[in-house]
Design a protein around this ligand. Structure first.
Ligand code: C5P
Length: 401
C-alpha cells in the first residue's frame, strides 16, 4: 500500500533544518499524499508560510486563530492525519511534547493526535547528547512514537557531530515503509457493518435506571477492526466510557433498548453485516415516573415489561444481511447458544461463558467459542482487540462460502 492518498501532518519547529522540509513536502505531494503543515511560532523565522503553503497546496497554521478570525481546530487537524511528523524537532519542542507543555498549536495538535507520530530531531551535538534530550527521546519512544535519529556531519554551529536532521529522503523512506508494512488487507472494503455495543439503561424516574455492567469494549474493538479492514461502520452504543475517533466509524449514542432498536432500523436495509454485541436490558420499567420516586417506609415493587429483542427483530427482517449474535451463558452454554442461533435466525453466534476466568463483559479479555449451523471453533483467552480479529476473520470466511 503506497503513500498515495494518505494524509500527512507535518509539524515544523524552529531549527535551521526547517529549510529541508520543502523537499520533504514536495516528495510527499509528488507521491500523491495530502500534506498539511503546522509550525511553531519560531519556525517562521526559518521558513515562510508562503513557500510552505505553495508546496503543500494548503494554508499553513501557526496559531489557534487565523488573521481572518477563523479558529484553527487542533483536534480536527490531529484527527485528520494518518501520520504526524515533527520535523525538525527542536530540543524545546521535544521537551514540550513529552511533558505535555501545551502552549502552542503544534503541541495542542500533537496531544490530540491518535495517529502514529514520527519525530526527526535536529539540534547541536551537545544538545543532542545532553541527558535531558536522551531521556526525552526515550520517553517519546515509550509513548510509541518513532524517532528518526539525527545524522552526523557538519552542523549549523560549525561543529561536527551527530545532530543534523535526517535527510528528507530518509524521513520519506521511513514513512513509505510504515505505510507498506502497517496497512491491513482491505478485506471488508465496500461493506457496511452495523455493530451494537454497551449496555442499555432503562429509566425508572428522572434520576434512576436499570442497567448492567457491560463496558462496550468488545463492540468498540470490533468497530475499530472492521474499520481497519476498510468497512464503513455504524456503531450504535449505549452509555459507556469508550471513545472512538475513526473516520470510518459513525458512532450513534443511545440510552434505552427502544432507542437502540429504532436506530438499528434506520440503517438496517443498507447494511451487509450486523453484529449485536450490546448487553440489552431484557426488561424495562412499565412506567417511568415523571418525578423522582420518593422513599417511604414501604417496600417498593416495580412492574417490568419485556423490551424488544433487537437482534431477533433483525433476524425476522433479514433479507441479505449476515447476522452475528453474542451469548453470555452460565449453564448449558453450547445448547443455549445454538438455540439462540436458530431462534433469532442468525448466521453465527459468539459464546462467552461466565465460567471462564477473564471472559465476559467487564474484562479487557475474552474467551470465545463461535458456532454456525455447521461449525464450531474454540479460541484461547485473548485481549478483546485480538478477539475482534478472530470474529471478523470468521465472518469473512463465512461470506466467502
Ligand atoms: O437472548 P439473549 O439476550 O441472551 O441474546 C443475546 C444476543 O441478543 C446478543 O447478541 C444481544 O446483543 C442480543 N439482544 C438484543 N436485544 C435484546 C436482547 C439481546 O439485540 N433485547
Amino acid at each position: 500500500m503506497s503513500i498515495s492518498g494518505k494524509k500527512i501532518l507535518i509539524a515544523i519547529s524552529g531549527g535551521i533544518a526547517a529549510y529541508k522540509i520543502h523537499f520533504l513536502i514536495r516528495d510527499f505531494v509528488k507521491k500523491g499524499a495530502e500534506v498539511q503543515v503546522i509550525m511553531t511560532p519560531d519556525a517562521e523565522q526559518f521558513v515562510t508560510k508562503l513557500s510552505i503553503s505553495t508546496l503543500s497546496k494548503k494554508p499553513v497554521y501557526t496559531d489557534f486563530y487565523s488573521d481572518n478570525g477563523t479558529w484553527n481546530s487542533h483536534v480536527e487537524l490531529a484527527l485528520w492525519a494518518d501520520v504526524m511528523i515533527v520535523a525538525p524537532c527542536t530540543a524545546n519542542t521535544l521537551s514540550k511534547m513529552v511533558h505535555g507543555m501545551c502552549d502552542n498549536l503544534v503541541i495542542a495538535t500533537y496531544m490530540s493526535a491518535k495517529c502514529p507520530v514520527f519525530i526527526a530531531p535536529a539540534m547541536d551535538l551537545d544538545m543532542y547528547m545532553h541527558p535531558s534530550t536522551r531521556k526525552n527521546l526515550e520517553m517519546a519512544e515509550s509513548f510509541g512514537h518513532v524517532v528518526i535519529p539525527a545524522e552526523s556531519g557538519e552542523l549549523a554551529s560549525g561543529l561536527i557531530g551527530q545532530g543534523r536532521m535526517a535527510e528528507p529522503e530518509t524521513i520519506s523512506n521511513t514513512i513509505d515503509h510504515f505505510f507498506n508494512s502497517h496497512q491491513e488487507a482491505q478485506t471488508l472494503q465496500g461493506k457496511v457493518v452495523l455493530i451494537t455495543a454497551g449496555p442499555t439503561y432503562e429509566a425508572l424516574d428522572p434520576v434512576r435506571f436499570i442497567g448492567n455492567h457491560s463496558s462496550g469494549k468488545m463492540g468498540f474493538s470490533l468497530a475499530e477492526e472492521a474499520s481497519k479492514r476498510g468497512a464503513k461502520v455504524i456503531l450504535i452504543s449505549g452509555p459507556t466510557a469508550q471513545t472512538i475517533n475513526d473516520k470510518n466509524v459513525e458512532l450513534h449514542k443511545i440510552t434505552s433498548a427502544k432507542e437502540m432498536l429504532a436506530k438499528v432500523f434506520e440503517f438496517y436495509d443498507t447494511i451487509d453485516i450486523g453484529i449485536a454485541s450490546a448487553a440489552v436490558a431484557d426488561y424495562a420499567p412499565k412506567e417511568v415516573a415523571k418525578e423522582k420516586i420518593k422513599k417511604n417506609d414501604e417496600n417498593l415493587t416495580l412492574e417490568l415489561v419485556k423490551n424488544p429483542d433487537i437482534l431477533k427483530t433483525m433476524g425476522e427482517k433479514k433479507t441479505h444481511q449476515f447476522l452475528v449474535g453474542f451469548a453470555l451463558e452460565t449453564q448449558n452454554e453450547e445448547d443455549n447458544a445454538k438455540g439462540k442461533l436458530e431462534k433469532k435466525n442468525l448466521d453465527m453466534i459468539v459464546l462467552n461463558s461466565l465460567r471462564d476466568e477473564g471472559a465476559g463483559f467487564k474484562n479487557d479479555t475474552n474467551k470465545i467459542k463461535i458456532f454456525t449451523r455447521t461449525e464450531k471453533k474454540e479460541f484461547d483467552l485473548k485481549s478483546k482487540d485480538e478477539v475482534a480479529k478472530d470474529i471478523l476473520n470468521f465472518v469473512e470466511a463465512q461470506l466467502l462460502k
